[in-house]
Each structure stands twice: as structure tokens, then as C-alpha cells.
Write a protein that binds this ligand. Sequence first.
Ligand code: HEM
Length: 476
Amino acid sequence: MKNETNARPPGPRGGLPYFGHTFEAGRDPLGFFGRAAREHGDIVHFDFGPYRYVMANEPESIKHVLVDNAKNYIKGYSYRGLKLILGQGLVTSEGDFWRRQRKLAQPAFHREKLADLAQRMTDAASDMLARWYGHPSGSTLDVHAEMMRVTLDIVGRTLLSQSLDDRAEGIGDAMAVTVRTAAEYASTPFPMPIWVPTPRNLRFKRAKRTLDALVLDIIAERRKTSDVGRQDLLAMLMAARDEETNEAMTDQQLKDEVMTIVTAGHETTANAMSWTLYLLSRHPDVARRVEAEADAVIGTRLPALEDLPRMPYARAVIEESMRLYPPVWGFEREALTDDVIGGYRVPKGTMVAILPYVLHRHPAYWDNPEGFDPDRFAPGTERPRYTYLPFGGGPRICIGNAFALMEAQILLAMIATRYRLQLPAGARVELEPVITLRPLHGMPMTLVWRTGRDQPEPRPSISCLMAASAGVVPTG
Ligand code: HEM
């Protein structure tokens, strides 16, 4: 590490007058930042128009920003797009307000609370498989669309005790519009303010109104019925009280937290699953090991929470997949005062980027960094801290990380015991780094029913029928 506290970090020179490398980075961010790390080292400076921008790509500096000197960093302007959707929810709020909200929400994500939610995850996965059974073996489906649908369904059932599946298309469309506008807004150096009535802004406002109204309706319904039977995340958020003031969250705060959890918890996990299924289709030897483990532990019954630790290989596959394709491929902080990172001067107002996609391929920390090798994450293996950050780190680490891993392991085990997924010849798989790392053309997969298994009746599961008749999913 350098010790030149007055020096500006090295970085690519040239670029366009004023805009520097803004457009080059925007066209292919993964390639651009990866090259910059290879050519200029672990702390790299970029000229991006009016912004000072630094990438930190080694554990000490990352720990400095996320943990040791976290007080000096806020999420800053790069989150302004998400703020349009999530208001003052956990992902986008700052300071004392964030601290209070995090304290109120944290207990809902404790491991023992999550145990109650496992069954709802298997119910949603069963309903997805019931849909798949309706297609003959050998059919091709867009598995990414399926993962988006099932993860939205899981968020609906665990957060709101409500299957959002019936409304999935409407909600999915509204979410897609808001997320896309937010991403465009965040990545444009001088975005058109959202109050200007451009067609894009009007579309965004309509979609946002749909989502807000849906969430506020659900909250109002809960307040009316004082439904004590429901043990979902919303019930826990509504029951949470501030230790000092005994105050609960207002409807507005609840709405922002619900929108935050739906947004943060749905597409991220869907991407983790789509990339995992893609990697398994490219590595049949790994796929066979996942199948053998799941067959031995659950066979064709539904997994229970206790089964998950008995399937460490499935877990390692998911972790390795998030190393190569981290769903949150990059996140940023803004320095509140002058700082020194890795020996370099970082003036107040600088944006510091931490890019798991680049860090997870750093040759100093990973042997054969481009290779897919789940055994790196076998139980008992270790790696230097702050070299693997799919869920971020420090006080603002993902609140849903245990939830997401549990969900992904359940989905993977249930799929692997029934289906082999094959990427059709000629399928185009490309990365689309928006806010999350998506497959640009979806993920078409041929679903092959595993031989030696009884072909199921194409029928919906019991929970699906109950949900459809009652409009809700029963608890427990
Ligand atoms: C594989 C799935 C997921 C990945 C890769 C992921 C990744 C992340 C990352 C990297 C951050 C930190 C961002 C930053 O520091 O700027 C974060 C924050 C957050 N995530 Fe996740 N996440 C996932 C699933 C979930 C789920 C399932 C939920 C909720 C059910 C969730 C809720 C949140 C919330 C509320 C925050 C903000 C926490 C705070 O600032 O206090 N995430 N996530």
C-alpha cells in the first residue's frame, strides 16, 4: 500500500473534455472498472464529469470505509434514484433516522424469526414447481422470469402474508418501471428532475402511485382488523417500539420499509438464483453433486429448516455463484469530510465505489478467479475478511442476508431434486449491470424432468388452492 497522503490515486487519463470517462464507464461498467483495477491497482481515481470518483478494491481500504470510518460516509447522491422509490426506507435513509429504523426492523430478521418463514418459502416454491409440471419435460421456459415471480411471491407471503402472485404481473410491471427509471436517474450525470412531466416521469409516477396505494391499503387493512394471527414481517414491523420513546412506525414509514423490503429482497435473490442455475447448466459435474446431496437429504419431500445445514454443497454453490455474479455488483459511499484511503488523499464529496464484481475476481485473493469452484466455500474454508461482499459489510450490511441464503437454498434443493436445467444451444446470455446484475435476455432453460422420478400430476399445490380461495396464505 502506498503512503502518499497528498497524492491523488492513479487512474485512466484522457477521456472526453469535462465528462472524462463517464460514457465509457456507462457503456460497459464491468469491463471498464475491471480493466481499471488491473491497470492502475487497488485504489483508482476516475474523472466522471463533476464528480470525484474513487474505486477501493482491497480489504483494508474497504473496511476503512464500511466499518472503521463509517461515520464519515453516507450513501450520497448515487442513491438518489432508489430514493425516488424507497423514500426513507432502510436502504436509503441516513443518520439517526436510519439507526432507529434498523433497530426496529432488526429483530424481524433474527434467525429464530426466520424459522417461521421457511414454510412459506417452500409453499411458494411448490407453487412454482406446480406451474412447471404443467409443461411437458423438455419445454423451454424463461427461468429468470420464473425466479422473479417466485421471489416476489416469497416476499409477499413472508412480509405481508399475501400471495402477490395473482397480481404479479401488475406489480412486476410497476416495479420494472420504477426500478428502470430509478436506475436511469442515478446513472445520468444531469437527470431531468422527476417533477418535469416528461413521458418517462409520468410513467414512473403512475407506477409509483400503483405500488404506494397497494402497500397503504394493506397497512390500513391490518390496522382495521388488528389481525394478531399473522406472524409475518409486517406484523413484526408494526409491533416494533422505540426503546426510548415507545413510538411505533407511522404508516408512511411502514410503507417505505415495505417498499424497501419488496424491492431489495426480490430482484437480488432472483438474480442470485438465475446465475446459479446458469452456472449449474454449464457445469454438469457440479449440478450432479447438488442433486446427489439434495436427494440424500430431502428426496422428494419438502425441505424443512433443519435440512439446510445438511446441504452445505448447495450453500457453497450459491456463495460461489454470488462471487462470480454478485447480484449487487457495486455500491457507493460519499465522503463527508477529507479522508485518506490506502495512503491516498480523498477529499470531501468524493464518491467511493466498492465493486464486489471486481473485488471477487481479484487475483491476489482468489486462485483461478474466473473459474467456478464451489469448494472454495466448503465448510471450514476461510478467506481474508472484506474480500467477499455480496451482502456489503459494516453497520449497513444487508439485513436480509440470512433470509436470502435460506430462500436460495430452499429453491435450489427443490428444483434439483426434480429437474435438470439445460441452456438451449445458441441461447444468448449477457450481463446487464443495472442496479442489480441481471441477465439481459432473460435465462431460457430447457426443463428436463429427472429420470427415475415419478412424473407429477400437473396440479397446483394445496397451499396454492387455499391461497386462491382465501386471497391470503394461511400462517404456520
Ligand atoms: C441474494 C440476495 C441479496 C443480496 C445480494 C443483497 C445485497 C445487499 C447489499 C450489497 C446491501 C448493502 C448496500 C450498501 O451498503 O450500499 C443490502 C442492503 C439491504 N438489503 Fe439486501 N440483498 C439481498 C437480499 C435481501 C433480502 C431478501 C432482503 C429483505 C427481505 C434485503 C433487504 C435489504 C435491506 C433492507 C438493506 C439495507 C440495510 C441497511 O442499510 O440498513 N436484501 N443488500
